[in-house]
Design a protein around this ligand. Structure first.
Ligand SMILES: NC(=O)c1ccc[n+]([C@@H]2O[C@H](COP(=O)([O-])OP(=O)(O)OC[C@H]3O[C@@H](n4cnc5c(N)ncnc54)[C@H](OP(=O)(O)O)[C@@H]3O)[C@@H](O)[C@H]2O)c1
Length: 271
């Protein structure tokens, strides 16, 4: 008997990492020989979303675009409803849309705090609630895209670290509460990933080299590095994994202790 068609709703699909997730899900479906429908979600309809949907269809799957501002609770419910209308019960919910903004906590406006939490954290809670019944029927999974900034404080990034840390804990709690229904919930934490969002930083050769030097694996991450991690966590190969956080950062977030100068056996630092 052919494997049932899977249906992935991916938020932030028009962004660098979101597109990488869609492409990795398609490659995985083709390797495993199951049909796939992708509901590609963005904040608004338009050319960017249409172009992505056309690209995904050209790769041999069925796809639709769904649009809405997920900082608005009503839009979260509507996106899930519309996705179901196009692709049937959701089996894979990927909460990827998110954003960081500059800001110091000393004078961070409350509106900025709320926006950061509503986009990066609350939307995942509301999308998960809206998709829950469908995920129960498919014994599906949720994977949320957090950040290494959710593992360590990131000064100057406003509420972003707190929001991503809360997202990781939200998913750990969902994993515990929904495991009995067969729903798995995990997060991935990207490190420094080269996407259209971060591209301006990497256009500066010196900044690129300094950033690469911080990464034990010696390069900045790509969208497909994150995409493959998300696809794997959503696959049957990960069917016994829930409540976990997979860090996709080339080793950079564990690297701090290696940077302390004056280690035993090393020459003293020259000034
Ligand atoms: N890039 C990195 O180095 C990095 C590192 C760690 C974590 N992350 C996380 O990875 C995720 C994706 O990042 P990215 O670099 O791919 O970002 P990106 O290229 O800027 O894409 C962001 C996506 O989120 C959507 N989005 C933004 N605000 C939204 C809203 N209010 N409602 C609905 N959708 C909204 C955008 O849709 P529109 O195009 O329609 O606006 C876009 O599809 C984020 O959660 C980010 O925090 C990124």
């Amino acid at each position: 008997m052919a494997a049932p068609r899977q249906h992935a709703l991916v938020t932030g699909a028009t962004g660098g990492i979101g597109r990488g997730i869609c492409l990795a899900l398609i490659a995985q479906a083709q390797r495993e020989g199951h049909a796939l429908h992708i509901s590609a979600a963005a904040s608004q309809p338009g050319e960017k979303l249409d172009a992505l949907v056309a690209e995904l269809r050209a790769l041999g799957i069925s796809a639709h675009g769904v649009a809405g501002d997920i900082t608005d609770p009503a839009q979260c419910a509507r996106l899930v409803f519309e996705a179901h209308g196009h692709g049937g019960d959701i089996s894979t919910l990927v909460c990827n849309a998110g954003k960081s903004g500059p800001g110091k906590l000393a004078d961070l406006p409350m509106a900025e705090w709320d926006l950061t939490f509503n986009l990066n954290t609350r939307s995942a809670f509301l999308l998960a609630q809206a998709a829950r019944e469908q995920l129960v029927r498919t014994r599906g999974s949720i994977t949320a895209v957090a950040s290494m900034s959710g593992l360590s404080p990131h000064p100057g990034y406003g509420a972003y670290s707190a929001a991503k840390a809360a997202l990781i804990m939200l998913c750990r709690q969902l994993a515990q509460e929904w495991a009995a229904d067969g729903i798995r919930v995990n997060t991935v934490c990207p490190g420094m990933i080269r996407t259209p969002l971060t591209e301006p930083v990497y256009q500066d050769a010196e900044t690129l080299a300094r950033r690469e030097a911080l990464v034990p694996l010696g390069r900045i991450g790509r969208a497909d590095d994150v995409g493959q991690a998300v696809a794997w966590l959503s696959s049957a190969a990960a069917s016994y994994i829930t409540g976990q956080n997979l860090v996709v950062d080339g080793g950079v977030s564990e690297h701090m202790l290696a940077m302390i100068p004056g280690r035993p056996g090393k020459p003293p630092v020259q000034h």
